[in-house]
Write a protein that binds this ligand. Structure first.
Ligand code: SF4
Ligand code: SF4
Length: 314
């Protein structure tokens, strides 16, 4: 596949030879989503799936040089930073990216410890320094442990931190112990208002306006059960309807709508079938047509095509 035709993204992270995280895992994930990934190395880690031996940090000057060389031929619009040695290095990387790729959407996935338990950051001072950098990013994606370590919810600096406005925050649920893994995204709405949505691995992007809540829940020391309580308190019905019933009570989620043909109104003219881009509408002339729901991509093209208003969203 010619990568010139693909979307480009850059990951700046550690090399993990076991490919469970870092550059290798990022590039694999990008490939999966049809994105051509390029990489800059921040640490030549020595580890396998069970054991972390050493990080072997790459000097920040070398990281900057890697970025400069890539910038000679690429202009990345999406950049993800992962493992970094300290707040100083993180800040230098961010500034370099802003200089080289000014249009880039910049994500930091904070790595506080390896999966096998090696702690990259320990002290409160380190956490405070990292916390002060967050407004320089577009999106920060901590799991619950990283969220707690950074003290986003409880830090003394929380009054200056405007989560959702200064930067978006995706609180990942992947390290939780429950059966379901729910992520929570806090972001700024189109009109500047604070917004919050749930993202569930089962239903990959639940972006229902009915699930918007204020971001105040960030400013508490969230743990898993409190996150659960927030879900229950503010939008449990909507959440459960989306995930289990695949329905949107507010009728706001296009993906959860079902497009149907009213057999009593349908005259069998075939116009809708000719407009369907995926041939999901079948039938015989002058008999009621039907939509094959397994093929329908809910594009809505047929809705306006029926001269007899026989097609509806339910
Ligand atoms: S919504 Fe789109 S894909 Fe589904 S039946 Fe109508 S035209 Fe076809
Ligand atoms: S366009 Fe309307 S009337 Fe014609 S086949 Fe489709 S649903 Fe039936």
């Amino acid at each position: 596949m010619k990568h010139e035709n693909l979307t480009l993204a850059l990951t700046i992270a550690g090399f993990d030879g076991s490919a469970g995280a870092g550059l290798l895992a990022d590039v694999k994930a990008m490939e999966f989503f049809g994105v051509y990934g390029q990489a800059v190395c921040t640490a030549l880690t020595v580890q396998n799936e069970n054991e972390f031996v050493s990080p072997n940090w790459v000097a920040v000057e070398q990281i900057e040089k890697q970025l400069e060389v890539l910038a000679k031929v690429r202009d990345f619009k999406a950049v993800k930073i992962g493992l970094v040695e300290n707040a100083f290095v993180l800040r230098k990387i961010i500034r370099k990216i802003r200089e080289l790729f000014p249009r880039a959407f910049l994500v930091w996935d904070p790595i506080v410890a390896s999966s096998s338990g090696f702690a990259f950051f320990k002290s409160q001072e380190e956490a405070d320094e990292l916390l002060s950098i967050l407004p320089e990013l577009d999106l920060v994606t901590p799991n619950q442990n990283e969220f707690n370590f950074l003290g986003i919810g409880v830090s003394a600096s929380r009054d200056e931190l405007n989560v959702g406005k200064d930067f978006s925050l995706l609180l990942k649920g992947g390290h939780g112990s429950g059966e379901e893994s729910v992520d929570i995204l806090f972001y700024k709405g189109e009109n500047g208002e604070d917004k919050c949505i749930l993202i569930d691995f089962e239903y990959a992007a639940m972006q229902c306006p009915a699930a918007d809540i204020a971001y105040f829940c960030v400013f508490s020391d969230l743990n898993e059960s409190e996150v659960d309580a927030i879900i229950k308190k503010y939008f449990e019905d909507e959440y459960r309807a989306h995930i289990y019933d695949k329905k949107c009570p507010a009728g706001a989620c296009q993906k959860l709508k079902t497009i149907v043909i009213d057999e009593e109104l349908c005259k069998g003219c075939s116009k809708c079938a000719r407009n369907c881009p995926v041939n999901a509408i079948k039938g015989e002339i002058k008999k009621p047509y039907k939509i094959d729901q397994s093929l329908c991509i809910k594009c809505g093209a047929c809705l306006s095509s029926c001269p007899f208003k026989a097609i509806k969203e339910v």
